[in-house]
Design a protein around this ligand. Structure first.
Ligand SMILES: C[S@@+](CC[C@H](N)C(=O)[O-])C[C@H]1O[C@@H](n2cnc3c(N)ncnc32)[C@H](O)[C@@H]1O
Length: 230
């Protein structure tokens, strides 16, 4: 049993215990377990997370990107899953969307949404396999978590966007409170790769009483295309 549950197995720090495959998601320990988990979860994820637990992070992350980015920009949805994060981006007006994930069944579901121009398979812990600066912006919603993507893989996501491009990350309190992700943010800023322009606490999965963070980074370098409203 992993030791990340402050109140015991499968319990979030506060609130009621997660049910269904959500409960399992917080006990993953290896990349292999994570992949197998999402192969099983593809068919029921949208109902359990999107509907039953009122998943709030996709809309929060899409709104955060909309605050800083031009809607005409290209966006990579990293760990797009079944496409809930892409649908939220489309709903605020981003149309040039690509997605990637390491789970083929999740990607199949994402294809069914019709919101992505291109979908590709990639294990972020092994790199994205795309050129530096390919996209204007990127999001990673619900992807930085236990046994999912290592915090240092955030550097690959940042390098996927051009200088001046934004990266929006949504993650739950459980993983944030471990401390490795905020420490990686500090290291990325210290290395001059990107700046954190906002971090906001709010709802993650309100149906399961789980809160989370939305972090917005901007890649360092010239070519600022961040919108600055008058
Ligand atoms: C909680 S889901 C989030 C999906 C979507 N972004 C959303 O907000 O609904 C996490 C996703 O990350 C993917 N994932 C986990 N580890 C990964 C890795 N190492 N490389 C690529 N994708 C990964 C899973 O397959 C899953 O689709």
């Amino acid at each position: 049993m992993s030791d990340h549950h402050a109140n015991g197995p499968d319990l979030p720090p506060e609130g009621r215990p997660p049910q269904g495959l959500l409960a399992t998601a917080y006990d993953l320990e290896t990349g292999e377990e994570t992949l197998a988990h999402y192969q099983r979860w593809a068919a029921t994820y949208d109902q359990e997370i999107g509907v039953d637990n009122e998943y709030a992070q996709p809309a929060r992350c899409a709104a955060a990107l909309d605050e800083v980015a031009d809607r005409s920009g290209s966006v990579l949805d990293v760990g797009c899953g079944t496409g809930l994060s892409g649908i939220a981006l489309r709903d605020v007006g981003f149309a040039d969307l690509d997605g990637c994930d390491f789970s083929p069944p999740m990607l199949e579901r994402a294809a069914g949404t019709g919101v992505y121009r291109r979908l590709f398979e990639a294990d972020l812990n092994a790199g994205l396999g795309i050129q530096d600066g390919t996209y204007d912006h990127a999001v990673a919603v619900g992807v930085f978590s236990f046994a999912h993507i290592r915090p240092d893989a955030l550097r690959s996501v940042i390098r996927a966007v051009r200088p001046g491009g934004a990266v929006v990350v949504g993650l739950n309190d459980h993983f944030w409170d471990v401390g490795t992700f905020p420490a990686e943010l500090d290291a990325i800023e210290a290395d001059g790769l990107a700046s954190v322009v906002s971090r906001e606490h709010g709802e993650h999965l309100p149906g399961a009483d789980i809160m989370g963070w939305v972090v917005v980074l901007v890649r360092s370098g010239r070519a600022a295309a961040i919108r600055i409203d008058p």
